[in-house]
Design a protein around this ligand. Structure first.
Ligand code: PLP
Length: 384
């Protein structure tokens, strides 16, 4: 069967992988080595030094390319290292249009690091493509999309953004961390680069920090590979193995994340002590129609605001949770709760945060795959 005909639930397990040539190991071994013996200078089996390439990392990179429907995958030491590599495609004076509602660390690397190197960032609400059109000029080189956005669960129409820049020399990068390729395939919708914090759903077990880029074009892959090797923020063999293992159950975990996510979103919406619930599966979500078109389901990320809750009341609620763990991060098998204003999004100035709706009483949930009745009971006792 041609690789392109293989279904997603098979690609997660077999995509881009063969049993190991040496002993037939079904799982790619952890090649914990920095260097490789050469028979004569340049006489090697494809590997010279593990910053440049490592067989366990290659196995992960092939798997990433397969599940995202790309041709080339690159694995980095963290999601931010992957973002850093994308930014290094740019030159001083180049302009980037980014969504204004995005992971705080992405905002921080754009504003606090790359702005100092002369790259200009425009942060706009991308729920309507017009806002992007207004900022496009001859210096625009990259559009940065995150959808669903973190933590407001806004949905950006990837195809509409891709159409806006079809004949222009502008790259479209999509942070697919929240959706994962189980729910959405940005390369099919016209993106040039898919980025992941593989720390989250791809790894899936809260046990490693890894980043990824996936592209279709060879020329772009070569430029990114050059940056990966030249800058050196690669993912180690043990971490590569952990993400590979995580990817093998991605489809099964995601199905349960989505089921539990739906039940919890509906519970929160029906709770009179909850003022607002942000989840793209609601029919009255502003971009529900787009979410339905570009996503297979709506995922396990939900944000909500308890009614009449001050900053301190909100902190008390998250402290009272017993099954949801109060922690940064998301996408693991266990349910986590976060307070974006003081945690994941604390690096965004308050005025900027409020502009995108990240109020002090917002709570973000990463719904895990536990028994959903236990999760609902936990929220019930904490919300009071
Ligand atoms: C949407 C999103 N993108 C990027 C990142 C950064 O990834 P990492 O923490 O693996 O560096 C995160 C981390 O929380 C994230 O949530």
């Amino acid at each position: 069967m041609a690789a392109k005909d293989i279904k997603f639930n098979t690609k997660t397990i077999h995509g881009g992988q063969q049993p190991d040539e040496a002993y037939g190991a079904v799982m790619p071994p952890i090649y914990q080595t920095s260097t490789y013996a050469q028979t004569t200078p340049g006489g090697h089996k494809g590997y010279e030094y593990s910053r440049s390439a490592n067989p366990t990392r290659t196995a992960l990179e092939n798997s990433l390319a397969s599940i995202e429907g790309g041709e080339f995958g690159l694995a980095f030491g963290s999601g931010l290292a992957a973002i850093d590599a994308v930014m290094k495609l740019l030159k001083p004076g180049d302009e980037v249009i980014s969504t204004n509602d995005l992971y705080g660390g992405s905002y921080r690397i754009f504003k606090k690091i790359f702005e100092n190197f002369g790259i200009v960032f425009h942060f706009v609400g991308m729920q309507s493509a017009d806002a992007i059109q207004d900022k496009i000029n001859s210096k625009t080189k990259l559009i940065w999309v995150e959808t669903p956005t973190n933590p407001m669960m806004n949905i950006i129409d990837i195809k509409a953004v891709a159409n806006l820049i079809k004949d222009k020399d502008i790259l479209l990068a999509v942070d697919n961390t929240f959706a994962t390729p189980y729910l959405q395939l940005p390369l099919e919708l016209g993106a040039d680069i898919v980025m992941h914090s593989a720390t989250k759903y791809l790894g899936g077990h809260s046990d490693t920090v890894v980043g990824a880029l996936i592209v279709k074009e060879k020329e772009l892959a070569d430029r990114l590979y050059f940056i990966q090797n030249a800058s050196g923020a690669v993912c180690g063999p043990m971490d590569s193995f952990l993400v590979l293992r995580g990817i093998k159950t991605l489809h099964v975990r995601m199905q349960r994340h989505c089921e539990n996510g739906r039940a919890i979103a509906e519970y929160l919406k029906s709770n009179p002590k909850v003022e607002k619930v942000y989840w793209p599966g609601f029919e009255d979500h502003p971009n529900h129609k787009v979410a339905k078109e570009q996503m297979k389901d709506f995922g396990g990320m939900i944000s909500f605001v308890p009614k009449g809750s001050s900053y301190n009341d909100t902190i008390k609620i998250v402290e009272q949770l017993r099954i949801f763990t109060l922690a940064e991060s998301l996408g693991g098998v266990e349910s986590l709760a976060g307070h974006p204003a003081s945690m994941t999004h604390a690096s965004i100035p308050k005025e900027e945060r409020l502009k995108s709706g990240i109020e002090d009483s917002l709570i973000r949930l990463s719904v895990g795959i536990e028994d959903v009745n236990d999760l609902i009971a936990d929220l019930e006792q904490a919300i009071g």
